[in-house]
Design a binder for this molecule. Sequence first.
Ligand SMILES: Cc1ncc(COP(=O)(O)O)c(C=O)c1O
Length: 496
Amino acid sequence: MTDLTLLLDRRLLRAKGHALPRQRRLYELLRQAILDGRLPAGSALPASRVLAHELGLARNSVIHAYEQLGAEGYVQASRQGTVVAALPDRRAAVATGQAVSSVPTAGLAAPPPALSDRIQAFNRRRTAEQDLMPFMPGIPALDEFPLRTWRRLLNAAWRDQSPDLLSYRPAVGELELRQAIATYVRAARGVVCTLDQVIVTDGTQDSLSLCAHALADVGQRAWIEHPGYGGARVACLAAGLKVVPVPMDEQGLAPPKALWRRQPPRLIYTTPSHQYPLGSVMPLARRLALIEQAQAAGAWILEDDYDSEFRHDGPPLAAMQGLVPHAPVIYLGTFSKSMFPALRLGFMVVPASLSDRLQGALGDLVRRGLPAEQTALAAFINEGHFTKHLRKMRQLYAQRQAALREALSRHWPWPGEVLGGACGLHLVLTLPPDIPDADAAQAAMKKGLSPRPLSAYGTGGPPLNGLVIGYANLPAEQMDTRVKQLVRAISAGLAR
Ligand SMILES: Cc1ncc(COP(=O)(O)O)c(C=O)c1O
Protein backbone atom coordinates (compact mmCIF):
# COMPACT_ATOMS: atom_id res chain seq x y z
CA MET A 1 0.00 0.00 0.00
CA THR A 2 1.44 3.35 -0.97
CA ASP A 3 2.06 5.71 1.92
CA LEU A 4 0.46 8.93 0.81
CA THR A 5 1.15 10.93 3.92
CA LEU A 6 4.57 11.95 2.60
CA LEU A 7 3.17 12.91 -0.78
CA LEU A 8 0.27 14.98 0.44
CA ASP A 9 0.56 18.26 2.24
CA ARG A 10 -1.59 17.78 5.36
CA ARG A 11 -1.48 21.41 6.36
CA LEU A 12 -2.75 22.47 2.98
CA LEU A 13 -5.42 19.78 3.04
CA ARG A 14 -6.73 20.75 6.45
CA ALA A 15 -6.35 24.52 6.13
CA LYS A 16 -9.51 26.46 6.91
CA GLY A 17 -10.75 29.21 4.62
CA HIS A 18 -9.10 27.78 1.47
CA ALA A 19 -10.88 28.64 -1.77
CA LEU A 20 -11.40 24.95 -2.59
CA PRO A 21 -13.25 22.39 -0.46
CA ARG A 22 -11.08 19.67 1.13
CA GLN A 23 -12.24 16.86 -1.16
CA ARG A 24 -11.32 19.00 -4.16
CA ARG A 25 -7.88 19.78 -2.68
CA LEU A 26 -7.25 16.08 -2.10
CA TYR A 27 -8.39 15.24 -5.62
CA GLU A 28 -6.04 17.89 -7.10
CA LEU A 29 -3.02 16.73 -5.08
CA LEU A 30 -3.57 13.10 -6.02
CA ARG A 31 -4.17 13.95 -9.66
CA GLN A 32 -0.98 15.99 -9.88
CA ALA A 33 1.01 13.22 -8.17
CA ILE A 34 -0.33 10.74 -10.73
CA LEU A 35 0.37 13.06 -13.67
CA ASP A 36 3.94 13.86 -12.67
CA GLY A 37 4.78 10.24 -11.94
CA ARG A 38 5.16 10.40 -8.15
CA LEU A 39 2.28 7.95 -8.00
CA PRO A 40 3.14 5.49 -10.77
CA ALA A 41 0.67 3.23 -12.55
CA GLY A 42 -0.33 0.25 -10.43
CA SER A 43 0.22 2.01 -7.08
CA ALA A 44 -2.50 0.97 -4.67
CA LEU A 45 -4.11 3.80 -2.77
CA PRO A 46 -4.99 3.30 0.89
CA ALA A 47 -8.57 2.44 1.76
CA SER A 48 -10.66 5.57 2.17
CA ARG A 49 -11.16 4.99 5.89
CA VAL A 50 -7.40 4.62 6.45
CA LEU A 51 -6.45 7.69 4.43
CA ALA A 52 -9.16 9.77 6.08
CA HIS A 53 -7.75 8.81 9.47
CA GLU A 54 -4.15 9.49 8.49
CA LEU A 55 -4.95 12.90 7.05
CA GLY A 56 -7.53 13.92 9.61
CA LEU A 57 -10.21 14.35 6.96
CA ALA A 58 -13.82 13.17 6.84
CA ARG A 59 -14.07 9.81 5.10
CA ASN A 60 -16.60 11.24 2.67
CA SER A 61 -14.01 13.72 1.41
CA VAL A 62 -11.68 10.84 0.52
CA ILE A 63 -14.48 8.84 -1.08
CA HIS A 64 -15.48 11.83 -3.23
CA ALA A 65 -11.90 12.46 -4.30
CA TYR A 66 -11.41 8.79 -5.25
CA GLU A 67 -14.72 8.76 -7.12
CA GLN A 68 -13.77 11.83 -9.11
CA LEU A 69 -10.36 10.37 -9.97
CA GLY A 70 -12.08 7.13 -10.98
CA ALA A 71 -14.62 8.94 -13.17
CA GLU A 72 -11.80 10.73 -14.99
CA GLY A 73 -9.74 7.56 -15.47
CA TYR A 74 -6.82 8.37 -13.15
CA VAL A 75 -7.55 5.41 -10.86
CA GLN A 76 -9.52 2.22 -11.14
CA ALA A 77 -11.00 -0.32 -8.77
CA SER A 78 -9.20 -3.66 -8.59
CA ARG A 79 -8.95 -6.62 -6.25
CA GLN A 80 -6.29 -4.70 -4.27
CA GLY A 81 -8.66 -1.75 -3.90
CA THR A 82 -8.12 1.56 -5.70
CA VAL A 83 -5.06 1.56 -7.96
CA VAL A 84 -3.50 4.17 -10.22
CA ALA A 85 -4.41 3.54 -13.86
CA ALA A 86 -1.84 3.30 -16.64
CA LEU A 87 -1.95 6.56 -18.57
CA PRO A 88 -0.77 6.42 -22.19
CA ASP A 89 1.42 9.48 -21.89
CA ARG A 90 1.41 11.41 -18.66
CA ARG A 91 2.82 14.54 -20.20
CA ALA A 92 0.05 14.61 -22.74
CA ALA A 93 -2.64 14.41 -20.10
CA VAL A 94 -4.51 17.64 -20.05
CA ALA A 95 -4.61 19.33 -16.68
CA THR A 96 -8.15 20.23 -15.84
CA GLY A 97 -9.66 22.10 -12.95
CA GLN A 98 -8.09 24.59 -10.63
CA ALA A 99 -4.66 23.73 -9.27
CA VAL A 100 -4.12 23.88 -5.52
CA SER A 101 -1.39 26.35 -4.62
CA SER A 102 1.90 24.81 -3.51
CA VAL A 103 1.26 21.62 -5.46
CA PRO A 104 4.55 20.66 -7.11
CA THR A 105 4.26 20.65 -10.87
CA ALA A 106 7.80 19.65 -11.86
CA GLY A 107 7.69 16.95 -14.47
CA LEU A 108 4.38 18.23 -15.78
CA ALA A 109 6.10 21.29 -17.07
CA ALA A 110 6.59 20.39 -20.71
CA PRO A 111 6.26 23.88 -22.24
CA PRO A 112 3.21 24.42 -24.46
CA PRO A 113 3.91 24.64 -28.20
CA ALA A 114 5.13 28.02 -29.46
CA LEU A 115 3.35 30.43 -31.82
CA SER A 116 3.33 29.51 -35.49
CA ASP A 117 6.52 30.42 -37.37
CA ARG A 118 4.47 32.74 -39.55
CA ILE A 119 3.64 35.08 -36.68
CA GLN A 120 6.69 34.59 -34.42
CA ALA A 121 7.91 38.11 -35.13
CA PHE A 122 4.55 39.86 -34.61
CA ASN A 123 4.70 42.03 -31.52
CA ARG A 124 2.47 45.09 -31.57
CA ARG A 125 2.13 46.53 -28.08
CA ARG A 126 0.30 49.77 -28.70
CA THR A 127 -2.12 50.64 -25.93
CA ALA A 128 -5.51 52.30 -26.28
CA GLU A 129 -4.06 55.27 -24.33
CA GLN A 130 -1.25 55.70 -26.88
CA ASP A 131 -3.80 55.71 -29.69
CA LEU A 132 -5.39 58.75 -28.05
CA MET A 133 -2.16 60.74 -27.69
CA PRO A 134 -1.66 63.80 -29.89
CA PHE A 135 -0.20 63.09 -33.34
CA MET A 136 -1.17 59.40 -33.49
CA PRO A 137 -1.87 58.83 -37.19
CA GLY A 138 -5.12 57.30 -38.38
CA ILE A 139 -7.39 58.41 -35.54
CA PRO A 140 -10.31 60.61 -36.67
CA ALA A 141 -11.72 63.49 -34.60
CA LEU A 142 -13.40 61.35 -31.98
CA ASP A 143 -15.09 64.12 -30.03
CA GLU A 144 -16.60 65.55 -33.21
CA PHE A 145 -18.51 62.36 -33.94
CA PRO A 146 -22.31 62.89 -33.63
CA LEU A 147 -22.67 60.44 -30.78
CA ARG A 148 -26.17 61.52 -29.87
CA THR A 149 -27.50 60.73 -33.35
CA TRP A 150 -25.60 57.45 -33.36
CA ARG A 151 -26.99 56.47 -29.96
CA ARG A 152 -30.52 57.24 -31.16
CA LEU A 153 -30.13 55.11 -34.28
CA LEU A 154 -28.54 52.30 -32.32
CA ASN A 155 -31.34 52.35 -29.75
CA ALA A 156 -33.92 52.35 -32.53
CA ALA A 157 -32.16 49.42 -34.18
CA TRP A 158 -32.25 47.41 -30.94
CA ARG A 159 -35.86 48.38 -30.31
CA ASP A 160 -36.89 47.09 -33.72
CA GLN A 161 -34.97 43.82 -33.55
CA SER A 162 -37.15 40.75 -33.54
CA PRO A 163 -35.76 37.80 -31.56
CA ASP A 164 -35.04 36.08 -34.89
CA LEU A 165 -32.30 38.62 -35.49
CA LEU A 166 -30.40 37.34 -32.46
CA SER A 167 -29.40 34.21 -34.34
CA TYR A 168 -26.32 33.96 -36.66
CA ARG A 169 -26.47 36.73 -39.21
CA PRO A 170 -25.53 36.56 -42.90
CA ALA A 171 -21.77 36.15 -43.36
CA VAL A 172 -21.82 38.87 -46.03
CA GLY A 173 -23.56 41.44 -43.82
CA GLU A 174 -27.07 42.83 -43.38
CA LEU A 175 -28.89 43.49 -46.62
CA GLU A 176 -29.81 47.09 -45.81
CA LEU A 177 -26.22 48.00 -44.99
CA ARG A 178 -24.90 46.36 -48.16
CA GLN A 179 -27.49 48.33 -50.12
CA ALA A 180 -26.55 51.60 -48.43
CA ILE A 181 -22.84 50.94 -49.08
CA ALA A 182 -23.45 50.06 -52.73
CA THR A 183 -25.40 53.28 -53.27
CA TYR A 184 -22.75 55.34 -51.48
CA VAL A 185 -19.64 53.96 -53.21
CA ARG A 186 -21.26 54.16 -56.64
CA ALA A 187 -22.00 57.86 -56.15
CA ALA A 188 -19.02 58.96 -54.10
CA ARG A 189 -16.19 56.72 -55.32
CA GLY A 190 -17.14 55.74 -58.85
CA VAL A 191 -17.24 52.10 -57.83
CA VAL A 192 -19.24 50.06 -60.34
CA CYS A 193 -21.20 47.46 -58.44
CA THR A 194 -24.49 45.95 -57.47
CA LEU A 195 -25.50 45.08 -53.97
CA ASP A 196 -24.47 41.44 -54.57
CA GLN A 197 -20.85 42.48 -54.87
CA VAL A 198 -20.72 44.19 -51.47
CA ILE A 199 -19.52 42.13 -48.52
CA VAL A 200 -19.54 43.63 -45.03
CA THR A 201 -16.50 42.85 -42.86
CA ASP A 202 -15.09 43.72 -39.44
CA GLY A 203 -13.00 46.46 -41.03
CA THR A 204 -10.15 46.52 -43.52
CA GLN A 205 -7.91 44.33 -41.39
CA ASP A 206 -10.55 41.63 -41.59
CA SER A 207 -11.00 42.22 -45.34
CA LEU A 208 -7.25 41.90 -45.90
CA SER A 209 -7.07 38.72 -43.92
CA LEU A 210 -10.05 37.23 -45.78
CA CYS A 211 -8.53 38.20 -49.15
CA ALA A 212 -5.13 36.79 -48.22
CA HIS A 213 -6.78 33.47 -47.32
CA ALA A 214 -9.40 33.34 -50.04
CA LEU A 215 -7.50 34.65 -53.06
CA ALA A 216 -3.98 33.25 -52.66
CA ASP A 217 -2.35 30.00 -51.68
CA VAL A 218 0.34 29.53 -49.08
CA GLY A 219 3.75 30.44 -50.52
CA GLN A 220 2.42 32.76 -53.22
CA ARG A 221 3.65 36.34 -53.36
CA ALA A 222 1.94 39.44 -52.07
CA TRP A 223 3.35 42.73 -53.30
CA ILE A 224 3.10 45.43 -50.67
CA GLU A 225 3.96 49.08 -51.03
CA HIS A 226 7.22 50.16 -49.38
CA PRO A 227 6.72 52.07 -47.22
CA GLY A 228 3.24 50.75 -46.65
CA TYR A 229 0.50 49.70 -44.33
CA GLY A 230 1.76 47.22 -41.74
CA GLY A 231 -1.73 45.73 -41.42
CA ALA A 232 -1.55 44.50 -45.02
CA ARG A 233 1.89 43.01 -44.47
CA VAL A 234 0.88 41.06 -41.37
CA ALA A 235 -2.39 39.84 -42.91
CA CYS A 236 -0.42 38.37 -45.83
CA LEU A 237 2.33 36.88 -43.66
CA ALA A 238 -0.23 35.31 -41.32
CA ALA A 239 -1.87 33.67 -44.33
CA GLY A 240 1.47 32.12 -45.28
CA LEU A 241 2.18 34.42 -48.24
CA LYS A 242 5.61 35.74 -49.21
CA VAL A 243 5.70 39.50 -48.87
CA VAL A 244 7.59 41.39 -51.57
CA PRO A 245 8.21 45.11 -50.87
CA VAL A 246 7.55 47.23 -53.94
CA PRO A 247 9.17 50.67 -54.30
CA MET A 248 7.18 53.86 -54.61
CA ASP A 249 7.70 57.01 -56.61
CA GLU A 250 5.77 60.28 -56.54
CA GLN A 251 2.92 58.58 -58.46
CA GLY A 252 2.57 55.70 -56.05
CA LEU A 253 3.36 52.02 -56.57
CA ALA A 254 6.22 51.73 -59.07
CA PRO A 255 7.18 48.09 -59.60
CA PRO A 256 10.33 47.72 -61.71
CA LYS A 257 9.72 45.76 -64.92
CA ALA A 258 11.98 42.95 -63.83
CA LEU A 259 9.94 42.38 -60.69
CA TRP A 260 6.95 41.23 -62.76
CA ARG A 261 9.16 38.58 -64.32
CA ARG A 262 11.27 37.55 -61.35
CA GLN A 263 8.77 37.69 -58.53
CA PRO A 264 5.29 37.72 -60.09
CA PRO A 265 2.57 38.52 -57.58
CA ARG A 266 -0.67 36.81 -56.71
CA LEU A 267 -1.85 39.78 -54.65
CA ILE A 268 -0.95 43.44 -55.07
CA TYR A 269 -1.84 45.63 -52.12
CA THR A 270 -2.05 49.33 -52.92
CA THR A 271 -3.52 52.60 -51.63
CA PRO A 272 -3.87 54.47 -54.95
CA SER A 273 -6.11 57.31 -53.79
CA HIS A 274 -3.83 58.29 -50.91
CA GLN A 275 -0.69 56.25 -50.53
CA TYR A 276 -0.20 55.19 -46.95
CA PRO A 277 1.84 56.73 -45.44
CA LEU A 278 3.61 58.94 -48.03
CA GLY A 279 0.42 60.48 -49.41
CA SER A 280 0.94 60.30 -53.18
CA VAL A 281 -2.07 59.92 -55.49
CA MET A 282 -1.77 57.39 -58.31
CA PRO A 283 -2.66 59.07 -61.62
CA LEU A 284 -5.03 57.49 -64.09
CA ALA A 285 -2.37 56.23 -66.52
CA ARG A 286 -0.52 54.41 -63.73
CA ARG A 287 -3.78 52.88 -62.50
CA LEU A 288 -4.69 51.57 -65.94
CA ALA A 289 -1.18 50.20 -66.50
CA LEU A 290 -1.26 48.43 -63.14
CA ILE A 291 -4.62 46.82 -63.93
CA GLU A 292 -3.36 45.64 -67.29
CA GLN A 293 -0.16 44.19 -65.86
CA ALA A 294 -2.04 42.51 -63.01
CA GLN A 295 -4.43 40.96 -65.53
CA ALA A 296 -1.51 39.62 -67.55
CA ALA A 297 0.16 38.24 -64.41
CA GLY A 298 -3.01 36.61 -63.10
CA ALA A 299 -2.86 38.75 -59.96
CA TRP A 300 -5.49 40.36 -57.75
CA ILE A 301 -5.23 44.03 -56.84
CA LEU A 302 -6.38 44.91 -53.32
CA GLU A 303 -7.35 48.57 -53.56
CA ASP A 304 -7.37 50.00 -50.02
CA ASP A 305 -9.42 53.21 -50.13
CA TYR A 306 -9.14 53.91 -46.40
CA ASP A 307 -9.47 57.70 -46.14
CA SER A 308 -10.11 59.25 -49.53
CA GLU A 309 -13.39 60.72 -48.23
CA PHE A 310 -11.18 63.44 -46.79
CA ARG A 311 -9.82 64.93 -49.95
CA HIS A 312 -8.55 68.46 -49.38
CA ASP A 313 -7.78 69.58 -52.93
CA GLY A 314 -10.80 68.85 -55.09
CA PRO A 315 -12.80 65.73 -55.82
CA PRO A 316 -10.96 62.42 -55.49
CA LEU A 317 -10.02 60.31 -58.49
CA ALA A 318 -12.54 57.54 -59.04
CA ALA A 319 -11.63 54.16 -57.61
CA MET A 320 -9.53 51.75 -59.69
CA GLN A 321 -12.28 49.21 -59.27
CA GLY A 322 -14.63 50.91 -61.72
CA LEU A 323 -12.09 51.89 -64.36
CA VAL A 324 -12.14 48.80 -66.53
CA PRO A 325 -14.76 46.07 -66.88
CA HIS A 326 -13.62 42.81 -65.29
CA ALA A 327 -10.65 44.46 -63.59
CA PRO A 328 -9.14 42.01 -61.06
CA VAL A 329 -9.68 44.52 -58.28
CA ILE A 330 -11.12 44.05 -54.81
CA TYR A 331 -12.11 47.43 -53.44
CA LEU A 332 -11.65 47.73 -49.66
CA GLY A 333 -13.51 50.36 -47.65
CA THR A 334 -13.61 51.04 -43.93
CA PHE A 335 -15.76 53.05 -41.52
CA SER A 336 -12.82 53.40 -39.11
CA LYS A 337 -11.92 56.88 -40.38
CA SER A 338 -15.28 58.11 -41.64
CA MET A 339 -17.13 56.96 -38.48
CA PHE A 340 -14.86 55.69 -35.66
CA PRO A 341 -12.33 52.84 -35.33
CA ALA A 342 -14.12 50.93 -32.55
CA LEU A 343 -17.15 50.41 -34.80
CA ARG A 344 -15.21 47.62 -36.54
CA LEU A 345 -17.19 47.72 -39.76
CA GLY A 346 -15.77 47.82 -43.26
CA PHE A 347 -16.54 46.23 -46.60
CA MET A 348 -15.18 44.73 -49.77
CA VAL A 349 -16.56 45.18 -53.27
CA VAL A 350 -15.67 42.09 -55.27
CA PRO A 351 -16.04 41.43 -59.00
CA ALA A 352 -19.45 40.04 -59.99
CA SER A 353 -17.77 36.94 -61.39
CA LEU A 354 -16.29 36.13 -57.97
CA SER A 355 -19.14 37.18 -55.76
CA ASP A 356 -21.12 33.95 -55.64
CA ARG A 357 -18.14 31.62 -55.06
CA LEU A 358 -16.60 33.94 -52.50
CA GLN A 359 -19.86 34.30 -50.61
CA GLY A 360 -20.06 30.52 -50.38
CA ALA A 361 -16.52 30.35 -49.01
CA LEU A 362 -17.21 33.14 -46.54
CA GLY A 363 -20.18 31.17 -45.30
CA ASP A 364 -17.61 28.69 -44.02
CA LEU A 365 -14.92 31.16 -42.99
CA VAL A 366 -16.97 33.79 -41.17
CA ARG A 367 -19.56 34.02 -38.41
CA ARG A 368 -21.04 37.49 -38.52
CA GLY A 369 -23.21 39.31 -36.00
CA LEU A 370 -23.82 42.86 -34.77
CA PRO A 371 -27.12 43.33 -36.62
CA ALA A 372 -27.99 46.45 -34.61
CA GLU A 373 -24.71 48.23 -35.46
CA GLN A 374 -25.14 47.33 -39.11
CA THR A 375 -28.77 48.49 -39.16
CA ALA A 376 -27.88 51.73 -37.36
CA LEU A 377 -25.05 52.38 -39.82
CA ALA A 378 -27.39 51.80 -42.78
CA ALA A 379 -29.79 54.34 -41.27
CA PHE A 380 -26.92 56.76 -40.58
CA ILE A 381 -26.01 56.62 -44.27
CA ASN A 382 -29.56 56.58 -45.65
CA GLU A 383 -30.76 59.50 -43.50
CA GLY A 384 -27.90 61.71 -44.71
CA HIS A 385 -25.95 61.89 -41.42
CA PHE A 386 -22.95 60.21 -43.00
CA THR A 387 -22.53 62.71 -45.84
CA LYS A 388 -23.12 65.60 -43.45
CA HIS A 389 -20.51 64.28 -41.02
CA LEU A 390 -17.99 63.75 -43.83
CA ARG A 391 -18.54 67.27 -45.12
CA LYS A 392 -17.96 68.72 -41.67
CA MET A 393 -14.88 66.57 -41.03
CA ARG A 394 -13.36 67.42 -44.39
CA GLN A 395 -13.40 71.11 -43.44
CA LEU A 396 -12.19 70.43 -39.94
CA TYR A 397 -9.28 68.26 -41.11
CA ALA A 398 -8.27 70.85 -43.70
CA GLN A 399 -8.10 73.44 -40.89
CA ARG A 400 -6.18 71.09 -38.63
CA GLN A 401 -3.72 70.23 -41.35
CA ALA A 402 -3.18 73.93 -42.11
CA ALA A 403 -2.59 74.58 -38.40
CA LEU A 404 -0.05 71.75 -38.27
CA ARG A 405 1.82 73.04 -41.32
CA GLU A 406 1.84 76.53 -39.84
CA ALA A 407 3.15 75.29 -36.49
CA LEU A 408 5.83 73.19 -38.18
CA SER A 409 6.97 76.10 -40.30
CA ARG A 410 7.20 78.24 -37.18
CA HIS A 411 8.87 75.85 -34.74
CA TRP A 412 10.51 72.92 -36.55
CA PRO A 413 14.27 73.53 -36.32
CA TRP A 414 15.58 70.68 -38.47
CA PRO A 415 15.77 70.37 -42.26
CA GLY A 416 12.95 68.22 -43.58
CA GLU A 417 10.30 67.88 -46.21
CA VAL A 418 6.57 67.69 -45.59
CA LEU A 419 4.97 64.95 -47.70
CA GLY A 420 1.33 64.23 -48.44
CA GLY A 421 -1.63 66.29 -47.34
CA ALA A 422 -3.80 66.16 -50.47
CA CYS A 423 -6.06 63.91 -48.52
CA GLY A 424 -6.57 62.22 -45.21
CA LEU A 425 -5.60 62.55 -41.59
CA HIS A 426 -1.80 62.76 -41.46
CA LEU A 427 1.37 64.32 -42.88
CA VAL A 428 4.85 62.86 -43.22
CA LEU A 429 7.85 64.89 -42.15
CA THR A 430 11.25 63.62 -43.24
CA LEU A 431 14.10 63.77 -40.71
CA PRO A 432 17.81 64.31 -41.32
CA PRO A 433 19.95 61.16 -40.96
CA ASP A 434 21.43 62.28 -37.61
CA ILE A 435 17.95 62.11 -36.03
CA PRO A 436 16.84 58.48 -36.21
CA ASP A 437 13.06 58.45 -36.36
CA ALA A 438 12.63 55.62 -33.86
CA ASP A 439 14.58 57.65 -31.27
CA ALA A 440 12.56 60.77 -32.04
CA ALA A 441 9.27 58.87 -31.71
CA GLN A 442 10.39 57.30 -28.46
CA ALA A 443 11.41 60.66 -27.00
CA ALA A 444 8.01 62.06 -28.04
CA MET A 445 6.17 59.11 -26.53
CA LYS A 446 7.83 59.77 -23.18
CA LYS A 447 6.21 63.21 -23.26
CA GLY A 448 2.78 61.85 -24.17
CA LEU A 449 2.96 62.51 -27.94
CA SER A 450 2.76 59.76 -30.50
CA PRO A 451 3.90 60.53 -34.02
CA ARG A 452 5.00 57.22 -35.59
CA PRO A 453 8.46 56.60 -37.02
CA LEU A 454 8.36 56.30 -40.81
CA SER A 455 10.81 53.39 -40.58
CA ALA A 456 8.06 51.38 -38.87
CA TYR A 457 6.15 51.43 -42.19
CA GLY A 458 8.97 49.64 -43.96
CA THR A 459 7.81 46.44 -45.58
CA GLY A 460 11.29 45.09 -46.24
CA GLY A 461 12.80 47.64 -48.66
CA PRO A 462 15.45 50.35 -48.08
CA PRO A 463 15.31 52.25 -44.76
CA LEU A 464 13.31 55.43 -44.33
CA ASN A 465 13.62 58.23 -41.82
CA GLY A 466 10.79 60.54 -40.86
CA LEU A 467 7.73 61.01 -38.69
CA VAL A 468 4.13 60.22 -39.60
CA ILE A 469 2.10 62.88 -37.82
CA GLY A 470 -1.64 62.54 -37.35
CA TYR A 471 -3.56 65.79 -37.01
CA ALA A 472 -7.22 64.75 -37.23
CA ASN A 473 -7.84 64.15 -33.53
CA LEU A 474 -6.09 67.32 -32.32
CA PRO A 475 -7.88 70.69 -32.19
CA ALA A 476 -6.24 73.38 -34.37
CA GLU A 477 -5.79 75.69 -31.39
CA GLN A 478 -3.60 73.10 -29.64
CA MET A 479 -1.37 72.45 -32.63
CA ASP A 480 1.19 75.17 -31.92
CA THR A 481 1.75 74.09 -28.31
CA ARG A 482 1.93 70.42 -29.23
CA VAL A 483 4.46 71.00 -32.01
CA LYS A 484 6.62 73.01 -29.58
CA GLN A 485 6.39 70.13 -27.09
CA LEU A 486 7.37 67.70 -29.82
CA VAL A 487 10.43 69.76 -30.78
CA ARG A 488 11.45 70.04 -27.12
CA ALA A 489 10.99 66.30 -26.56
CA ILE A 490 13.12 65.38 -29.59
CA SER A 491 15.82 67.95 -28.72
CA ALA A 492 16.02 66.61 -25.16
CA GLY A 493 16.19 63.04 -26.51
CA LEU A 494 19.05 64.05 -28.83
CA ALA A 495 20.97 65.75 -26.03
CA ARG A 496 20.99 62.55 -23.99
C1 LIG B 1 -3.87 52.11 -44.90
C2 LIG B 1 -4.96 51.74 -43.96
N1 LIG B 1 -5.94 50.96 -44.39
C3 LIG B 1 -6.95 50.62 -43.58
C4 LIG B 1 -7.02 51.07 -42.28
C5 LIG B 1 -8.23 50.77 -41.44
O1 LIG B 1 -8.27 49.52 -41.02
P1 LIG B 1 -9.52 49.00 -40.20
O2 LIG B 1 -10.73 49.13 -41.06
O3 LIG B 1 -9.18 47.57 -39.93
O4 LIG B 1 -9.62 49.82 -38.96
C6 LIG B 1 -6.01 51.87 -41.79
C7 LIG B 1 -6.05 52.28 -40.39
O5 LIG B 1 -5.16 52.83 -39.82
C8 LIG B 1 -4.96 52.23 -42.65
O6 LIG B 1 -3.99 53.02 -42.23
